[in-house]
Ligand binder design. Structure first.
Ligand SMILES: [Zn+2]
Length: 578
């Protein structure tokens, strides 16, 4: 019998699984680019079915249930589709028909979606320092890699599932959306963001709908660029193991072309047409136009591209600044692994920051300006001294280039102001406040005047999350994030009298209207309030603008279901001609 203690100690925390690094059309030397990614280790049932993800490969178009994937190592210790490496960790040869099997074996497709979904989830859990629920009920989400025939993929809260479609490409070869890293990471991010901020799927402002799309793209792109092997090969399309890289490949223009644009150009064959244009467009957008007020950037995906452009250009700026500090080894050449490491490190830091910022955004009616202030604030909390790499400066500059400025309530440097009003702490218990919704509600109610919370309407504490953030230097920051929402339901004719909101013209007087407000309270490790980041329910200007937008876009009379919205949004995007 095995010693229980001993075996527990020897359990690994992570395991490596092979995925397609971008999508099957991205090849170097004629071979599909694959990567090994680390995912949390677990004993998987066939499917794979694990503690957070259940892959069920049922195809509704053909009523076929595919064989479940079994992710167990073979007699040589190799996991399915793992390539054999030599002592230097270099893959010398691929088995015959390896690439063909990646494309045609449904069990690889199941492995690919499982690994990318779990990797995405673990990025969130690492960044936030806590477990993160899916937006749908239950602990496990279903993923269907071949759900239907259509150039589409979507997350559905009601079905507790993510569905991936497939379709016939040119020369009658099937194209699978489940084999595109970006599409899988993007859809998984929708499901996770919905778990952190469930109100973001409700109709609000152009920014809020666009945020779901732009943020899902940012997470997909940065998690791809945090794979060092991938970055290394894309820089100069050299996979020979050359230790040096010519500086000609490291200029701003060359990096833009190879890493971002080059990648997008490789995605041919009709696969992820929408993704391709989103990526290419967001990198090619010229800075300095009044984008946020331009009608062509009001649709959710188009507007989301502004966020992607701002973050990816900041990524390039910071990486280039760090490359300048690496000396030449021989004439015009730098150490490849240092160059790659810096790029992957910048991508990881930005990804962690991008995820943590969600905690610092209001729970309803968020704007891009809120998100920028949240990014700057959480980074300052974790990395007080930004002079070495200048992340915050690069973000401020690049967001401004795409017409996104910090929220008007933020301080002079764009960060949220610290909460400095006097509060009553003595009537609530410090210990339970850090995990108990009832206790936090009592605290809010007690202090509603200081928090400027209107007591009319419904107030609910939605979540209380103790969180631990680990800084780049190993320093840890403990915080508790409590989220409350306020909802008032009233008739259109009452808007003016009760909330001084001017209803849009032609709005029927008896139409039932819901008005939202709410905020997050950030407690420090001693249970004291550091920040209150809120949208007040009686904010006349914001509520008037929101109602006007909803009325004009037709969202007020069509109560669409969240899942349906994604299905429609994504179909519209995939089928767009450019
Ligand atoms: Zn989407």
């Amino acid at each position: 019998m095995r010693n229980m203690r001993g075996s527990q100690h020897s359990l690994a925390n992570t395991q490596k699984l092979t995925i397609i690094a971008q999508d099957p059309s991205v090849k170097i030397g004629g071979k599909i680019l694959v990567a090994e990614v680390e995912v949390p280790a677990e004993e998987l049932l066939p499917g794979p079915r694990g503690y957070r993800v259940n892959v069920i490969d049922f195809d509704t178009a053909t009523s076929t249930l595919y064989q479940p994937a079994v992710l167990k190592p073979d007699a040589n210790g190799l996991y399915p589709f793992e390539l054999k490496k030599d002592v230097h960790g270099v893959v010398r040869k691929r088995p015959q028909n390896y690439d063909k099997r990646l494309l045609s074996d449904p069990t690889f497709h199941a492995q690919n979606v499982y690994a990318i979904a779990m990797r995405t989830l673990s990025h969130f859990e690492f960044a936030l320092g806590r477990r993160v629920p899916w937006g749908s009920d239950g602990h496990q989400i279903h993923i269907a890699p071949h759900a239907f025939v259509d150039a589409n993929a979507f997350y559905s809260r009601d079905d507790r599932a993510i569905f991936f479609g497939y379709f016939m490409g040119p020369s009658n070869k099937p194209i699978y959306t489940c084999l595109s890293h970006d599409i899988v990471a993007h859809e998984t991010t929708h499901a996770i963001l919905d778990g952190i901020r469930s109100r973001y799927l409700e109709p609000s402002s152009p920014d809020q709908a666009a945020f779901h799309e732009g943020f899902a793209d940012v997470v997909a792109l940065l998690s791809m660029f945090s794979l060092p092997d991938l970055v290394s090969q894309l820089l100069d399309l050299d996979s020979s193991g050359n230790h040096l890289i010519s500086n000609a490949h490291l200029t701003r223009e060359a990096l833009r072309k190879s890493i971002l644009l080059g990648l997008a150009e490789e995605m041919g064959l009709g696969l992820s047409k929408g993704r391709e244009s989103a990526l290419r467009r967001s990198v090619e957008l010229k800075p300095g136009k009044p984008y946020m007020s331009m009608p062509e950037f009001s649709e959710a995906h188009d507007r989301g591209e502004l966020l992607v452009a701002a973050v990816m250009n900041a990524f390039l700026d910071i990486w280039i600044a760090r490359l300048d500090k690496i000396g030449f080894i021989s004439r015009g050449k730098k150490n490849r692994s240092l160059v790659v490491e810096e790029g992957a490190r910048v991508a990881s830091h930005l990804l962690t920051m991008a995820i943590r910022a969600i905690d610092y955004c209001p729970p309803t009616d968020m704007t891009f300006g809120d998100y920028l202030s949240a990014l700057l604030t959480i980074d300052r909390e974790v990395v007080p001294d930004d002079t070495k790499y200048g992340y915050r400066g690069a973000l401020l500059k690049n967001f401004k280039n795409f017409d996104i400025v910090p929220d008007a309530d933020a301080g002079i440097d764009g960060t949220w102001k610290r909460f400095d009003k006097k509060l009553v702490y003595s009537r609530t218990h410090f210990d339970s406040m850090l995990r108990d919704k009832e206790e936090v509600f009592r605290f809010i109610w007690e202090n509603r005047e200081a928090f400027e919370i209107d007591e009319r309407g419904y107030i609910e504490v939605q979540s209380v999350w103790p969180s631990i953030r680990i800084g780049p230097d190993g320093f840890t920051l403990r915080e508790t994030v409590a989220e409350y929402v306020q909802i008032m339901t009233l008739q259109a004719r009452e808007l003016k009298a009760l909330l001084k909101i001017e209803p849009p013209r032609d709005l029927p007087a008896t139409m039932r209207i819901r008005i939202y407000g709410g905020g997050v309270l950030i407690f420090d490790e001693y249970g004291q309030i550091k920040y209150k980041i809120a949208n007040r329910i009686e904010d006349r200007k914001r509520q008037t603008a929101r109602l006007k937008y909803l009325w004009e876009s037709g969202a007020l009379d069509s109560e669409q279901k969240a899942g349906m919205r994604f299905a429609q949004l994504h179909r519209a995007r995939m089928s767009r001609s450019e």
